[in-house]
Design a protein around this ligand. Structure first.
Ligand code: 6PG
Length: 468
């Protein structure tokens, strides 16, 4: 039998679809999964394609051409280490072992260090796009080292989503850069999803839009400046009939408790550690947490009998405002995520090319959007851009939309509709574009109670005052 060019360990939805995608492009692939049913499923779905499956790990490794290209798509955490321990004795220097799951970047660093002496290239790779992405074109973020990537490039570039600027895959940077970048991608994903849900709440509860109108609004938005995967699927969601009662829409039957697997939280923790303000992501995580207190929310809700809602009189204007408010919030989500990525790249010596990351996010991934074209332009013209707001054109674009956001927020506040990410986006923008803040008072207080000293606006040095 012809040796396989790529091996996959873990034939769940993502693993199976990725190798089928490779087989579609003519690559010979081999899959391994402890679960025999998963092996069978791969062979079934891959019949007529160059797809193999093996019963043992050793047979799996032997079925691959060298250097071996192997990806693990197994649940993040201990299982990844268990698979590494199992496969390591069969591998040799030069082989490439990819972890394609959502592993924490610090685990990836540890695994790289653990395998360093073996000469095995351990590659932490973020894969975005869900089931369809894996099958027909994901966005992939491989880190590790450039030598390992050379062996993967021809295959990954073929199976990735394709855009006007090429395949949605590139070597991201050293060590855990790939997993770090995917983590930030997910942080941005959390923020944008929360923004859309805030806009939905306003459209539904303040503007009184029904599901058909919501479908129409999001469809129209997706045909313009807000074009993005998340806006596109949102439009479709409103049309889905309820599978229990087909006369109703499914969206109205879904419990308002948002779950999470943790990547948004990881992004916030890392941002706080690196002192990069990323309140849109933090608020999105907090909003999911708050939503989970369903019982408590209902009890407290019952304390007020009267409803504060005042349906807006100018529905049309509110919809226009919300369009720009969503644009503003989405932009701030990218701004914060990319600022974090740039800072982490410097701190952890990843050497990430931000313009290149933005390019590979243009297709295949969950946060793909038209807006990324403008964002990419800014980073192409200045690769060391610390924060996108420093780009005057981009700043002006948001400044023009600020009023619409303010007016949307006023409507939300009047109607008691919480908008944590929309409002934090405004605060972020306003603070970042204010030359002199009120923070001098904090310095005075610190010096007052703790002699922590302060700096002055008119001369160098640290000063202390006896305030009493
Ligand atoms: C992707 C997604 C994916 C993520 C899910 C669920 O890029 O394809 O980011 O990797 O796991 O979106 O994440 P939560 O369960 O945390 O919402």
């Amino acid at each position: 039998m012809q040796k396989a060019q790529f091996g996959m360990i873990g034939l769940g939805t993502m693993g199976r679809n990725l190798v089928l995608n490779m087989a579609d492009h003519g690559f010979v692939v081999c899959g391994y999964d402890r679960n025999i049913d998963q092996q069978k499923r791969l062979l079934e779905e891959g019949k007529d394609k160059p797809v193999q499956a093996t019963a043992t790990m050793q047979q799996f490794v032997n079925s691959l051409e060298t250097p071996r290209r192997i990806m693990m798509l197994v649940p993040a955490g201990k299982i990844v280490d268990a698979v590494i321990d199992e496969i390591k004795p069969f591998l040799q220097a030069g082989d490439i072992l990819i972890d394609g799951g959502n592993s924490h970047y610090t685990d990836t660093d540890k695994r790289i260090a653990r395998l360093e002496s073996t000469g095995i290239h351990f590659t932490g790779m973020g894969v975005s796009g869900g089931e369809d992405g894996a099958r027909f074109g994901p966005s992939m973020m491989p880190g590790g080292n450039a030598d390992g990537y050379i062996e993967l490039k021809p295959i990954l570039e073929k199976i990735a989503a394709q855009t006007d600027e090429g395949a949605c895959v590139a070597f991201i940077g050293n060590g855990s850069a790939g997993h770090y970048t995917k983590m930030v991608h997910n942080g941005i994903e959390y923020a944008i999803m929360q923004l859309i849900s805030e806009v939905y709440a306003l459209l539904k509860n303040a503007a009184g839009c029904n599901n058909d109108e919501l479908h129409k609004i999001f469809t129209e938005w997706n045909n313009g400046a807000l074009q993005s995967f998340l806006v596109e699927i949102t439009a479709k969601i409103f049309l889905q009939p309820d599978n229990v009662d087909a006369s109703k829409r499914l969206i109205d039957a879904i419990l308002d408790r948002a779950a999470q697997k943790g990547t948004g939280l990881w992004t916030s923790v890392s941002a706080l550690e690196l002192h990069v303000p990323s309140a849109a992501i933090d608020e999105a995580v907090a909003a999911r947490d708050l939503s989970s207190y369903k019982k408590e929310r209902e009890i407290i809700d019952s304390y007020t009998s009267e409803t504060t809602a005042i349906n807006t009189t100018d529905k049309k204007q509110l919809i226009l405002n919300l369009h720009d408010a969503l644009y503003f919030g989405m932009a701030v989500s990218y701004i914060q995520g990319l600022h974090l990525l740039q800072t982490a790249s410097d701190a952890y010596k990843y050497e990430i090319n931000i313009a290149e990351v933005v390019r590979i996010w243009k297709g295949g991934c969950i946060i793909r959007s038209l807006m990324l074209n403008d964002i990419r332009k800014a980073y192409v013209s200045n690769s060391s851009l610390k924060n996108l707001l420093l780009d005057k054109d981009f700043y002006n674009l948001l400044e023009q939309k600020r009023n619409a956001l303010v007016n949307s927020l006023k409507t939300g506040m009047d109607n008691k509709i919480a908008m944590p990410v929309l409002s934090s986006s405004l605060n972020y923008f306003d603070m970042f574009s204010t030359g002199r803040l009120g923070s001098n008072l904090i310095q005075a207080q610190r010096d007052f109670f703790g002699a922590h000293t302060y700096e002055r606006i008119d001369k160098e040095g640290n000063f202390h005052t006896d305030w009493n």
